[in-house]
Every structure is written in C-alpha cells, then in structure tokens.
Design a protein around this ligand. Sequence first.
Ligand code: DHB
Length: 394
Amino acid sequence: MQAPTTRRHALTLAAATLAGLAAPAMAQDNVFKIGLILPMTGQQATTGRQIEAAARLYMAQNGDTVAGKKVQLIVKDDTSLPDQTRRLAQELIVGEKVNVLAGMGITPSAMAVAPLATQSKTPLVVMAAATSSITEASPFVVRTSFTLPQASVALADWAPANGVKTVVSLVSDYGPGIDAEKFFNARMVNNGAKVIESLRVPMRNPDFAPFLQKVRDLKPDALFVFVPSGAGAAVMKQFAERGMDKAGIRLIATGDVTDDDQLNDMGDVALGVVTSHHYSAAHPSDMNKKFVDAFQKANKGLRPNFMAVGGYDGMRVIYEALKSTKGAGGGETLLNAMKGQIFESPRGKIYIDAQTRDIVQDVYLRKVERKDGQLWNVEFDAVKEVKDPGKTKK
Ligand code: DHB
C-alpha cells in the first residue's frame, strides 16, 4: 500500500523538477535576443536616438513574434567609447546569450566588437559605422549603413564637371575621415582637378576655426568636408561666420554634414550645398514617404536621418534571416541567411553582397533647398548600385 504512493510522489517530484529546469530553458528557446549597442549619450547621442527609434518603429510595424520566437530588443548605451562597447558586447554574449549584436555608432566601437563576434560566432549587424575595412574585421559582420568611399566617389565625379578645379579636404581624423580623404582626393586628381591641401581635425570636440581660416587663405574653388553625424551644424556655422561663402569658396561634402537630424536648423548658409549620400529624408519614393511619416509620428516630429535608415534596414535583415531559417538557426546559419538579401529600403533598392557582407546601394547627388519652409537634401542625380570602392582597390 505504501509503495504506489511513494512512487507517485517521487514521480510527481521528478516531473516538477524536470518542469522547473525546463521552464527557463524553454522560455529562453522561444526568445530571440538582439543586443543593440548604441551611443545614447555624449557626442554621438543623435546616432543612438535615431537608430533606437528606427528599430522600435520596425518592430511596431512588423510585430515582435517572428518564426514563433519573441523578439527582445536589449538597448545598451556605450557613450561612444569603444572600451565600453566591448565590455557591453561581452556581457550581452555571455550573460544574456544574445542571438545577434547590432548598432555600432562609430568605427572604433565596431572594431572593438568584431573579434568577439568571431569568437562567439554571433552575427554583428553594423547599422552606423562606415569605414570600409569594418566588414573585413570579422566574417560575422554584416553592414546596413554605407561606406565613406561609396559616398565620396560620386561627389568627386560630379565636382570637376561642375566648376571645381581646386579643392581642399577637411576630414575627422579617424577611419571614415581617412577613407573619405583618400577616395575623394584620388578620384578628383584622376578627374583632372587639383587637391591643394588635406586637413584633418580631431574626432572628439573639434574646433574648426583654425582649419577654416587656413582654407580661406588657400582660396580653393571648394572645400570638401567629412565629419561624423552630429558635427555638421558646427561646421556650417563656422563656415558662415568666417565668410567663406562670401569669399567664393563652395562647400561640398558627404551627406553626414547636411545630416537630416540637424539640417532644418542650419539656416540659409546650408542653401545650395551639394553633397553625395545614400539617404535623404526627401527621397521621393512611396516607401520613403510612409517611413518618414511613421517615424515622425512616433517621435514627436523628429526627422529620420541616414542613421535611422541603417537601423531600420538592419532590423529587416535580422527579421528576414530569422524567418528564412524558421527560427531554428543561430550563429553561422543566421549569418548565412543575412547574406545576399535584396529588398526595397526607404533609401531605394539595396542588397547585402554575399561575398563581402557589405551593402550595395545607389548613391545620390543632392542639393539643399527650401521647400514648404523647411530645408531638405533634394536629390538631383543618382549613381546606381555602388559597391564599396574600398574593397576592390586593395
Ligand atoms: C562614422 C560615424 C558617423 O557618425 C558617420 O556619419 C559616418 C561614419 C563612423 O565612425 O564610422
């Protein structure tokens, strides 16, 4: 009489123990974690704000259940310090067991995390950083932003044909700036123009005044500028204060300078500035109009910039990879499902090159114009399906 009860008790206990152990594991299995590391404070805070807003918009529009898994977005602020980015990535990989790492506001952050992505076989979706070599730092990197060689070359083809025979370049002194300087200047020379001087300003807390004074003295037809997102308004302001435009020096730049996050507050000095870039909030497609409307509605009127589109498309790449692997694949399988994706983005048609894992996209020439009382980067020409020139030149 005793035995069955005891046995039943033991069985019940065993079942409870099993259930107890299995519960967290099962919950874990049904969750798909994206560790999104961004600069939410400090000099690059607008990059973090734009990308987080875009990622949340993508999830609001596409749901948070994909292939039977609950998608969980874990946002961490690295304050744009690469040591912090590395520490946070480590915690997310080991502690949270994230399925994907994403974000990466600046090149040094992406470079700091790349070796961890390789070791842990975690796909790393780079949504902002734009130095050409980042995709070569780990076979687990997939990029949805752009590269500076990609953006610069189109402008260097346009400028000499439009009256710019002499130029001075002024770039932030780190990866993307050095890429911009190298590819823009070489292409200008190739096109018969003269590069009078190449100037580099510190990446952190730059004072543009002494550099701009030098440019004024050198009197080139144009000043070519690259500074990271968030620094463009300061360049524009000091360019105006020094009377550079009145001295007949034109400002040309990559679209990081006439950043949609700040453009509307830059004032008349920005009017007529020609830039080349992969995204303008004024891109005249139906998909972009819907994207800009939805983004502004969800973010108190904030206009999305090129960082937002990198974040939005990065989420698309992750979602589709999860769908096509039916929620089963992690690591390398998930990575492989990101390669070769081709789709329409708010910026136009894009694809992830399966060999390089880098983005291939149209690069637009744009001019700042006022429309309905607001300043916009209005596209007037496009170079189709530009692959990163930084890869083929090596
Ligand atoms: C990078 C950062 C930026 O804000 C930008 O506009 C372009 C490149 C970077 O660090 O790679």
